[in-house]
Design a protein around this ligand. Structure first.
Ligand code: ATP
Length: 296
């Protein structure tokens, strides 16, 4: 299978600021990839290089088998704050974009229906809510069946139902073979709705993989919350010297390697325990682990 997007050893600096350092990645057809990173990590710079809007200082990049900017008809972009002509209606705006892309404008209404804007197609964009304007942006991005969609924080400002609808639309596009690269700060959402996470920190790609893969690689401690049967908490603390009293129960952090042995010790005391909760590291913990590794 030929990758839709291949980047190797990409670098880009603005004056003394290294916005991208030695970044390599590939996105396959049908893959939904999330690009995560703190403010200033280099996400927008990476997107601009992919789109051919700025030239890299070094490294190789292939977008739909061509140099960035050469395959524009196959690449769609949704900027974080897409701006539209507020005097135009949704239908007029999309018709305009379709003309610019050389597409038959007869499909404009169908496109607006697809993003849930059919009912408001003939209203001026200045009367649209933020979520509706975001949908105009998405409709614009869908013109011409792109092979690669580059979406900069596409769901910021959307309500939960609009977010769900938005990701369902992306799922359909990916099922048809489109590749999706989207940046986001909404960790829980991208965990559930994308295939792979890429974490940029200080311009470097510090982690890449599915959440279970990143969880394994980070090897962060697991928390256990033990509720002792009345009066038995001192016995349990004697058997588990690392346990501390917290929130009316007993709390214990243990390494991934010690997890099973610790559970075995707790279950050996089951007549003294009323409840046990095992809490894996959260997505935020994993993200912070990788994105701060470079001293950020
Ligand atoms: N045109 C520019 N001139 C100078 N510095 C720039 C320019 N564009 C980006 N930078 C710097 O490059 C670094 C990466 O910026 P970038 O916008 O790519 O980050 P980001 O991850 O998209 O951040 P955010 O989440 O805030 O959008 C930052 O330090 C930024 O200040």
């Amino acid at each position: 299978m030929t990758s839709t997007l291949t980047i190797s050893h990409l670098t880009k600096a603005f004056g003394g600021v290294k916005a991208l350092s030695d970044v390599s990645l590939a996105v396959e057809p049908g893959e939904r990839v999330a690009l995560l990173g703190h403010n200033g990590a280099g996400k927008s710079t990476l997107m601009k290089v992919i789109l051919g809007l700025i030239a890299p200082d070094g490294g190789e990049i292939s977008v739909c088998g061509a140099a960035p900017g050469k395959a524009r008809s196959q690449v769609a972009y949704l900027p974080e704050n897409a701006a539209f002509h507020s005097a135009l209606t949704g239908l007029e705006q999309i018709t305009y974009y379709m003309r610019l892309r050389g597409e038959a404008v007869s499909g404009a209404m169908e496109l607006l229906d697809r993003v849930g804007l059919g009912h408001a197609a003939k209203r001026r964009i200045c009367t649209y809510s933020k979520g509706m304007r975001q949908r105009v942006g998405l409709a614009q991005a869908l013109i011409g069946h792109p092979r690669l969609l580059v979406l900069d924080e596409p769901t910021s400002g959307l309500d939960p139902v609009s977010r769900r609808d938005f990701y369902e639309l992306l799922d359909g596009l990916a099922a048809d073979g489109a590749s999706i690269l989207l940046s986001s700060h909404a960790l829980t959402e991208v965990e559930a709705r994308t295939d792979r996470l890429l974490i940029l920190s200080g311009g470097r790609m510090v982690a890449e993989g599915s959440l279970p893969e990143l969880r394994r690689e980070a090897a962060l401690p697991v928390s256990m919350q033990i509720t002792a049967l009345n009066g038995y908490d001192t016995d349990i603390m004697a058997a588990l010297p690392d346990a501390i009293r917290l929130n009316g129960g007993l709390h214990l952090n243990c390494t991934q390697e010690d997890k099973l042995a610790t559970l075995a010790r707790i279950s050996a005391m089951q007549e003294k325990v009323t409840d046990l909760e095992v809490i894996p590291p959260s997505l935020e913990d994993i993200y912070s682990h990788f994105s701060r590794r470079d001293g950020q």
